[in-house]
Write a protein that binds this ligand. Structure first.
Ligand code: NAP
Length: 255
C-alpha cells in the first residue's frame, strides 16, 4: 500500500471525468486512497482511473480504484451508486469530494428558467443529495469522515453573466457550514473550497478578452492548475486538517 496522507481511505469524487475532479483522483490516489471516480460521463471517469491513478487489471476496476456513472442531480442515481460501492467494497467512503458542476451563463435579464434550474440542480441539489446520502452512510457506519465541497469565488463576489452559478455556489458554502454544524458530533468534517479561475474545460467558453481582464485582478497573474486545487482537497480530506470544519477556503492566486 502507498504510504501517504490518506492511506487506506476510500474516496468518492464526483465530476471526476474532468478538471478538478480528475486532479483530485490523481492526488488522492498518490496519497494512498482508493478512489471511486464518478461522473455523468462514465468513459471520462474510466479515463481518469486509467491514466491518472495506479494501474492494474479488471473490467471496470483498476487495482482497487473504480469508475462509476453518476448524475448528482438524480436521487435514484446517487442511491444506486451508494449500493454499488457497498457491494463492491463492503465499505462506505470516508472521503467525499463534490466536484461535479456546470455553468449555463447568461445575463440575468436573459437567463432562461431552464438554465437557472439545470445549474441549481447540479451544483446545489447535487451537493445536497451526495452529502445527505453519503453523510448518512458514514453516520450509519460510525466512521469519521471528511466531505469537501467545491464552491467558487464567484459565490462570494458575484460575476457578470453568472447569477445562476454564483447563487448556486453561495448556497454550497451555506450548506457546507450548516452540515459542519450538524455532523461535527459524528466526527464528520465538512469544508468548502472556493477556487478562482482554474485551467479546466469549464472556462473554455470564457472569451480570451474576458480572461485577460480577470487575470489583471489575480496577484499571481495566472490561471490556477487543477492539481493546485486538488492538493488543498487532499489536505482537507486528510487528518492534517483534523480541527478544520465549516471552513470556506479561497484558492484563487489572491483574486
Ligand atoms: P469540468 O472540467 O467541466 O468538470 C466538471 C465535471 O462534472 C465534468 O466531467 C462534467 O461532465 C461533470 N458533471 C456535470 N454534470 C454532472 C452531473 N449531473 N453529475 C455528475 N457529473 C457531472 O469543470 P471543473 O473546472 O473541473 O469544475 C469542477 C468544480 O469546480 C465545479 O463544481 C466548478 O463549478 C468548480 N469551479 C471551477 C472553477 C474553474 O475555474 N475551473 C472555478 C471555481 C469553481 P460533463 O463534462 O459531461 O458535463
Amino acid at each position: 500500500m502507498v504510504s501517504g496522507l490518506v492511506s487506506g481511505r476510500l474516496a468518492l469524487v464526483t465530476g471526476a471525468g474532468s478538471g478538478i475532479g480528475r486532479a483530485a483522483c490523481q492526488v488522492l490516489s498518490r496519497e494512498g486512497a482508493t478512489v471511486i471516480a464518478a461522473d455523468k460521463n462514465y468513459n471520462a471517469a474510466m479515463e481518469t482511473i486509467k491514466t491518472h491513478t495506479a494501474l492494474a487489471s479488471g473490467a471496470n476496476m483498476i487495482g482497487d480504484h473504480s469508475a462509476a456513472e453518476l448524475d448528482v442531480s438524480d436521487s435514484s442515481s446517487v442511491q444506486k451508486l451508494l449500493q454499488t460501492i457497498k457491494s463492491q467494497y463492503n465499505a462506505t467512503p470516508t472521503i467525499v469530494v463534490n466536484s461535479a458542476g456546470i455553468t449555463r451563463d447568461n445575463w440575468l435579464l436573459k437567463l432562461s428558467e431552464e438554465d437557472y434550474d439545470s445549474v441549481a440542480n447540479v451544483n446545489l441539489k447535487g451537493t445536497f443529495l451526495i452529502m445527505q446520502t453519503f453523510g448518512k452512510a458514514m453516520a450509519d457506519a460510525k466512521t469519521p469522515g471528511s466531505i469537501v465541497n467545491i464552491s467558487s469565488i464567484v459565490g462570494k463576489y458575484g460575476n457578470i453573466g453568472q447569477s445562476n452559478y454564483a447563487a448556486s455556489k453561495a448556497g454550497v458554502v451555506a450548506m457546507t457550514q450548516t452540515a459542519a454544524k450538524e455532523l461535527g458530533k459524528l466526527n464528520i468534517r465538512v469544508n468548502a473550497i472556493l477556487p478562482g479561475f482554474v485551467n479546466t474545460p469549464i472556462i473554455s467558453t470564457v472569451p480570451d478578452k474576458v480572461k485577460e481582464q480577470m487575470l489583471k485582478l489575480v496577484p499571481l497573474q495566472r490561471l490556477g492548475e487543477p492539481n493546485e486545487i486538488a492538493e488543498v482537497i487532499t489536505f482537507l480530506s486528510s487528518d492534517k486538517s483534523s480541527f478544520v470544519t465549516g471552513a470556506a477556503i479561497d484558492v484563487t492566486g489572491g483574486f
